[in-house]
Design a protein around this ligand. Structure first.
Ligand SMILES: NC(=O)c1ccc[n+]([C@@H]2O[C@H](COP(=O)([O-])OP(=O)(O)OC[C@H]3O[C@@H](n4cnc5c(N)ncnc54)[C@H](OP(=O)(O)O)[C@@H]3O)[C@@H](O)[C@H]2O)c1
Length: 297
């Protein structure tokens, strides 16, 4: 019998990529995906019962309130899930590895190219919940935190990634105002899944940054996506974050990923190089091909 690994948030963007790649990259594991229908992670009794039943020997915790705007609207709910459910899982998994997804949003974005030892300073509720949760997780030396960058991909529900948001908005006839002075390191979800399975296999704990190899402005991200989705091209409007009147936004969340890169068997691609090499007809843009040539830079 293979050891059981729990994947929470299995219906979400990252969790679904982990589930669909498990048969390829996690052959030693019995991957059990947990959706909200399987268990509400804020229901402690139900979670404890399922833990006893499955007895997982590792946990990859993807479930979260992952949209910053939702965290601003309902900070109590955000804390309950992003902190409370994480603390519960970390305590249940005290003797086994647990991998938790934090976010580049723990930084204020004033510096850019952050390394793991840089001071965190979240400027929104989402980042605050992640900062609290990662401290809880890292108090156990068996556990791992990945600070993840903006993640690209497609989901079963079609409403999980920023790529899907942009395509939907353009499809509804809206222009997309994209800042030329706000920077991210977008990473395909398939790359995240592969990196996570490798890290789990290596039994590495601690704190890691994981983002794409290229630092791109929002406008450059839009232009790169328009190579694959031509319908976006006429909708892209350059803008400046200085003219934005909403809640404060971190301007530069680029992260240095050398620490995790040194452990991985493949080079982490940038978004543009990923898209430029995904030209094989019949290949889904965000799928990882069987050969690794796609991500070689
Ligand atoms: N995607 C990104 O760009 C990005 C960037 C940085 C960090 N991260 C972090 O990476 C992790 C995975 O992100 P993601 O993009 O996969 O998020 P996602 O698509 O929003 O998926 C999160 C999943 O958590 C589930 N969930 C929420 N509350 C729950 C509860 N009480 N009980 C059970 N399940 C619950 C959701 O279920 P429902 O489907 O039923 O709502 C959803 O399937 C998260 O921790 C996120 O904060 C993501």
């Amino acid at each position: 019998m293979k050891p059981v690994v729990w994947i929470t948030g299995a219906g979400g963007l990252v969790g679904s990529y982990l589930m669909r790649t498990a048969s390829r990259w996690a052959l030693d594991w019995d991957a059990r995906g947990l959706t909200r229908q399987d268990v509400d992670l804020t229901d402690e009794t139900a979670v404890r019962r399922l833990w006893q039943e499955h007895q997982p020997t590792a946990v990859i915790h993807c479930a979260a309130i992952s949209r910053p705007a939702v965290c601003e609207q309902d900070p109590e709910l955000a804390t309950k899930i992003n902190v409370g459910a994480t603390a519960l899982l970390a305590s249940l998994a005290s003797e086994v590895p647990l991998l938790f997804f934090s976010s580049d949003q723990v930084f204020d974005g004033r510096q850019g190219w952050y390394v793991e030892t840089d001071r965190i300073n979240p400027i929104n509720r989402y980042g605050e919940t992640k900062a609290v949760a990662e401290k809880i997780v890292l108090s156990n030396p068996r556990h791992t935190v990945i600070r993840l960058a903006l993640t690209a991909g497609t989901s079963a529900t079609g409403d999980r990634s920023f790529v899907e948001d942009m395509r939907r908005s353009a499809g509804q006839g809206h222009d997309l105002t994209l800042f030329t002075d706000e920077f991210r390191c977008p990473v395909p979800a398939a790359v995240v899944a592969r990196a996570v399975w490798e890290l789990i296999g290596l039994k590495r704990s601690g704190l890691y940054h994981l983002g794409g190899a290229e630092r791109l402005s929002r406008m450059e991200i839009g232009e790169a996506l328009a190579m694959k989705y031509p319908e976006l091209a006429s909708r892209l409007q350059p803008g400046s974050v200085t003219a934005y009147r909403g809640p404060q936004r971190p301007p530069d969340l680029s992260m240095c990923c050398d620490k995790i890169q040194r452990l991985l068997s493949f080079p982490i691609p940038g978004l543009r190089s990923w898209l430029m090499t995904s030209t094989t007809p019949g290949t889904e843009v965000w799928d990882y091909p069987l050969t690794s040539s796609r991500v070689c830079s």
